[in-house]
Design a protein around this ligand. Sequence first.
Ligand SMILES: Cc1cc2nc3c(=O)[nH]c(=O)nc-3n(C[C@H](O)[C@H](O)[C@H](O)COP(=O)(O)O)c2cc1C
Length: 502
Amino acid sequence: MWNTNIPKEEAERCLLCPEGPCTAACPHGLDPAGLLRSVRFQNIAGAAGRLPADNLCAGCPAPCEGACLRPDGPVRIRRLCTALHKEKEGMKALGGDSVDLSSTFCGVRLENPFLLSSSVVASSYEKIARAFDIGWAGACFKTICDFIPREASPRYSALSGGNGFYGFKNIEQLSCDSLEEDLEILRRLKRDYPTKVLIASIMGRDEEEWTRLARLVEEAGADIVECNFSCPNMEQDGLGVDVGQSPEAVERYTAAARRGCSVPLLAKLTPNVGDMRPMARAARRGGTDGLAAINTVKSIMGMNLDTYATSPSVRGLSGVGGYSGKAVKPIALRFIWELASDPQWPAPPISGMGGIETWRDAVEFLLLGADHVQITTAVMQYGLRIIDDLLEGLTLYLREKALTRVTDLKGLGVENVAALEDLERESILLPRFDRSRCVGCGRCALSCRDGGHEALTMRRGQPVMDPAACVGCHLCVLVCPVQAISGFGRRIGPRGCPEGRH
Ligand SMILES: Cc1cc2nc3c(=O)[nH]c(=O)nc-3n(C[C@H](O)[C@H](O)[C@H](O)COP(=O)(O)O)c2cc1C
């Protein structure tokens, strides 16, 4: 959808300043900072739609660019806005049909599918209240326990690239407030925001504690209780992921939490298993109403080549910790699909998470069977304000698809993930070359020669394909830096290309 020629690299260069000086400098009252952010978070239609009919940037001396804080030259805002204008002209009118982003999850009404997940982003009254004020539908409070965990410093590490994290590691445990303090925050939030969904994440150390915590958070106003069977960072053995890797423990502690509360119960599961379904089934036997996944992926990162320490290094030592953010999304999607397609529990209620930054990411989760999504790492990086583009992008997508309810998306893609043995393996889909886009860099031929099947050679500055050698792997499609190769060429049958050479 919306195949655009927007210079997205300009949005990638934007520093995403909270108080964009470009916006303050715009003589036309536009919001270039907001437009850049929307493009960055893949809400291009939303950005284009917000521009006025006339291109006010044409002929403007662009004081916005003069105000840009980027040290290596300003973001070319005028170029981006002009491209957005073209996009606006080409966009078909989507109509003003209202779409319904609300849903009912285990009997609880959500005004839209975007929630904060249990972590530091949902660890205080102020943060959650701010989130509710600007449109988040709910929040899963930082895991509540009946002890004060001792945290390490530093506790985060990131694999960064461009202007953001690919992946993020943390070694943080649970809420550092006292139980009574956390219960009081829940009470205040429910009193002040009765229509928002408050999920209380809990972790007990034995059955009695699971039951008691579930009861206390329900009494404090939680709409849903989420059992944390998945934190990989616990200082003490037998908690978090240790529970989530044992169906017996999952069932026993789910049942214990079930005894303590009558509101819907979720089991938050760990990706640090080969197959999540035995855990989901165990949680169901214990009385859970739904599932939440994924928690973070066990990881080691940031080996220092001088000190030989990994990161985050706490006086030279680190530990295996939880990986989250963009890099884990494919892992999360696999687990969401696995849960959604379990024949023993068809289409269970799923709260999906892991690496979601944009509305497109969220839709992927819904298509594979999640009912709504939770987010942490993107909020840690970019702030609560990402909700604007999540909501607008999703709304425009539904309109473009002529769907009226977000719930219509649930599971639409589940059937399209098949067992590998069910894939057709007789024919080959050749790549197609767009000669007008090709700049003759030769990357496709290099990769095909050294990492593919030696089907491409460069002749007179253009790739030439030998269809008899091409196996249709599409490595060339993926490495082309100017998107001049697409994966939609001719499909040829088992006896080779009927039309000879390309
Ligand atoms: C700093 C940090 C703290 C977290 N703390 C908790 C927690 O207390 N309880 C919990 O269930 N999950 C916790 N998580 C996991 C997140 O809720 C979420 O499952 C995971 O990060 C994947 O989502 P994301 O990629 O959007 O961050 C934490 C994650 C991070 C990054």
